[in-house]
Every structure is written in structure tokens, then in C-alpha cells.
Design a protein. Sequence first.
Length: 381
Amino acid sequence: MKNRIYIIGAALCILFAVSCKETSNGNQLEDNGSLPDTMGYITITSEQFKNQGMKLGVISQRTFTESVKANGFIDVPPENRAIVSAIMGGFIKRTPLLIGDKVTRGQALVVLENPEFVALQQEYLEVQAELNYLKEAYERQKTLFDENISSEKGFLRTKSEYDMKMATFKGLEKQLDLLNISTTSLNSGNIRSTVTLYAPIGGSITNVHISKGSYVSPNTPIMEIINGDHMHLELSVFERDVMKIKKGQKIEFMIPEASDERYEADVHLVGTSINSDKTIKVHGHIKDKDKHNFITGMFVSTHINTREVELPSIPSEAIVTFDNEAFVLRLMEEKENNYVFKKIKVDPGASNGDYTGLNHLGPLTEDASILVKGAFIVMAE
């Protein structure tokens, strides 16, 4: 028991002695006007400062443009994108075009061949002949009925037969029209086994799904055409940022996989519904798109400029980030042979590349001297 008391007493004496020593040292440093390293201060000699090309700077007010980051791609409106297909199947007899070829609206694309085309034209001519006969019979019955010579029942039966055959004739006529078969030419006896498909829009061939001799089923995609006259940006903006987006705002975008060049656009439409991935579509009009070789489907990285704000700022090089926290070195003391800095946590805001704004000064003051060049070297050590 006595041994335990002695041990505890000895420990308390040691702690008291250490405490007194630290207090004595602390007072001595303050009396000498120097700052202890244990308080997070960093001392740089004048020689180090000069050899490393370090520089001091001050906080200054600057106007920054706040922006929202968004990714997307270059696209065209639905009406500028066409998939070519046939309403009836057939064998490809001729397909002269390749991916990348330019076409104009109405230009011949593909020739299809199918015996069913012949059967359809034959049926049309047969129905037309029957219709001519029924028309004469209907007109005769109508005249007789008007003169009370024939019965109403006979007149109505003839009229019904004529109307039914007329409906069949109109249906066949429409089918031939969809197949681009001229009924005027057909009435002259020109029955053919082929049909030609024409370009519904002008543009470039982007996909070809067939080859000569292959069979295509009805409504199967044969080729695709895109008209790039109305290329635009199709962007996805996160829900948290969409309230900042307004029509007319400037968009700066890059195509990371193709170039480091920056291009301009502006916000044209903002979506009104949230997608499953919590984003909203934003449609942007590209400026001077004819001067650049943009391609539909290119990935774009953008900044949408939302507003201008004035902030206290420092050179971006002065800010060093560790573990997602930003710091600067503030000059606390300058002597003949050394500089004493303190590591200060900051909250970076908008940036223009060269300068970064501070959302609030915190422990800094507007007249504070900051290490604006060489901060990373100092803090890395």
C-alpha cells in the first residue's frame, strides 16, 4: 500500500515539473517575440525564400463568374434524324451509298425487288377495271330509280357494291403510293418488280444495315440519315443545380476526346421533368457550329455560367489542397533572416483559372500577406 502511494506521488511530481517547464518556455518565447512551431507555424529562411522563387501577395476583390458543371453530347432534333425502311419486304437489288455519303431529300437510296410488288399492281388494275363496270351500273340504276322505273332495293345494292370496290381501289392506290409506284405509269401498262426508296431528309448516311442481295423484312431499318444543320448540346444537369439555370445563359464546352479548344453555346431550353438518375435535360444552341467539324454523338464537358459575383481573391497557386481541404500560408512575422507563416484553412469559391475567390475570409483579413508562390513546396515538406 505504501509503495503504491509513493509511486502515485512521484508521478504527480513529475507531471508538475513538466508543466512548469512548458509554461516557463512558453512565456520565454512570447517575451522574445518568436512563435513556437508547436502552434502550427512554419519558418522559412530568407535564403530558402529567395532560392525557391517564393512570392508574397495580398487579398484583392475580383469579379468571378459562377458556373454549373454538366456533361452531355452533341445531338440533333428528332426531325433531323431518319431511319429508312420499307413497308413491304424485298431483296436488295441496288445499294450504291456508303456511310459518310451526303444525300439530298428525295435522292434514290436503295432499289428493292419482290414478286409481291407485281401482284399488288395486278390487283390494282383488276379492281380498277371492276370499278369502272360498277360505276356504270350504279349510274344506270340511279337514273332508273330517279325515274321510278327500278326498285330502291336494287339501287342500294348496286351502290353498296360500287362503294366497297371504291374503298378497295383507294386502299391499293395508297399502298402503291407508299411504295413510290406511280399509278399514272401503271395505268399505261408499266408493271414493274422493283421499287425505289428515297431519302426522306437531306444529310449524311450514318449507318447502312444491308448489302446487295440481302432480304429485308417490312419496317426493318435499312439505313440511317442525320442532318446536322441544327446540331445542339443535350446536357444533363443535376437536380441540385437546375434552379440556377436560365434561358440565354452562356455555356462554355470542350470535347475532351478530340480537342482542348473551348467552344461557346447558350441555354435554349430547360427540361421540366426529373429523370431517374436525378438529372434534368438542358438544350443548348451552339455558336458558330459551321466553323467546326462537330459530329453527332460527341461527348462534351461544359460549364454553364449562372451569375457574376465579387469575392475576395488570391492567386490560385496560393491554395494547396490536402484530403479535400484547402489551405493557404499567411505571413505572421518577417525578420531579417526568416519568414514565419501559419497554415490557414480556407473555403475556395469561383475561379477563373489564375485567381480563386474565397467564400469567406475566416481568420484572414483583407490586408493579410499570403504566400502566393511556393506554398505547395512548403506545405509538402
